[in-house]
Design a protein around this ligand. Structure first.
Ligand code: SF4
Length: 324
């Protein structure tokens, strides 16, 4: 019932990455219908959660870049910073009205950080660190076109990946950005608005926990081919444009379809065989909203189970983690 390669329900790269982080959390959420406990009191030191802040920044990044595309020009700090910051202030005021911050002090601090992130984005954009020939922003695939913001490359058709044995994974999502690198050569870009830690960004698939570059790389090709029949995507790039991310980036060459399918099959098998093992690293648990429904020593328990060769139920999970 929960295996998206058999139940015909669409899914996204983000959902699949979350399943790979902790299959048990997915079972709690989707199998048992557990919902996180609402916090009774607002945190006195926090206003915008990471999700809201990230969503707002993504929307403003796309807005300024679409404006550049419409005006057929590159951005300039002197010319465009004032406008971008004004848009940012406008959004902050709207959010303040919808979700009152816990205090004026928190509002001022978070607003300043938010506007600094916009400035950091524009500075990197102006010196070409994000790519000099962008062709799409927040490009939707498998999403109704009335939600695609009029993006020319968007398509309502989902990406259907054949996993073999009559199993198909139907995927939808938004590609933050597509850059042209040269004739017929493109990269898909994903903005990460948090910090960058080099050790967390090793490897190609991170045991199934990093899939966006690979899935978006496959999804972008048919979208691009409508205008450029020779289009191919040769790499994915994660950009860290906020102040915390210090403008870092991580590029990963586009993996072969066969490699991606092997990872997705193993991930689908983890779900399909019903062995919903807990996360195997503490970092995943740090901000988990389901911790109240979980065993306090879940990570240690997973390590013990994985070490036990008689525990064959975890074979799909072991295979998944072998895709580094
Ligand atoms: S606390 Fe950790 S192991 Fe438990 S559900 Fe959350 S991520 Fe999974």
């Amino acid at each position: 019932m929960l295996d998206a390669s058999r139940n015909g329900r669409g899914t996204s790269a983000t959902t699949l990455e979350r399943i790979a982080q902790c299959p048990f959390r997915h079972f709690l959420q989707e199998g048992l219908g557990v919902r996180p406990i609402e916090e009774g009191q607002q945190d006195a030191d926090v206003w915008l959660d990471a999700l809201t802040k990230g969503r707002e920044l993504h929307a403003l990044f796309a807005r300024v870049m679409r404006t550049m595309r419409n005006e057929k020009r590159r951005p300039g700090v002197k010319r465009d910073l004032g406008t971008l910051l004004a848009w940012g202030r406008e959004r902050l005021a709207r959010l303040k009205a919808d979700m009152p911050p816990p205090s004026d002090e928190v509002y001022s601090r978070e607003s300043r950080e938010f506007l600094d992130d916009l400035e950091s984005f524009l500075a990197a954009e102006c010196d070409g660190r994000h790519g000099s020939d962008p062709v799409g922003f927040e490009v939707a695939f498998g999403i109704p076109l009335d939600r695609a913001d009029g993006e020319p490359l968007a398509s309502a058709t989902p990406l259907a990946l054949d996993l073999g044995d009559t199993r198909t994974l139907e995927l939808h999502g938004w590609i933050d950005r597509i850059n042209r690198l040269g004739a017929g050569d493109y990269e898909v870009v994903d903005y990460k608005t948090g910090g960058y830690w080099r050790d967390s960004w090793k490897g190609e698939f991170a045991g199934g926990r990093r899939l966006q570059h690979a899935i978006y790389g496959v999804a972008a090709v048919p979208l691009l081919k409508a205008a450029d029949p020779k289009a191919r995507v040769t790499r994915g790039r994660y950009l860290f444009p906020s102040v915390k991310g210090r403008g870092r980036s991580k590029s990963i060459a586009t993996p072969s379809n066969a490699k991606l399918v092997a990872v997705l099959r193993d991930l689908a098998d983890v779900v399909g065989t019903g062995a919903f093992v807990s996360a195997d690293d503490e970092d995943t648990c740090t901000f988990c909203e389901f911790a109240a429904a979980c065993h306090p020593e879940a990570v240690e328990g997973t390590a013990r189970k994985l070490e036990n060769p008689d525990n064959t139920a975890l074979e799909p999970y072991r295979r998944l983690r072998s895709h580094d």
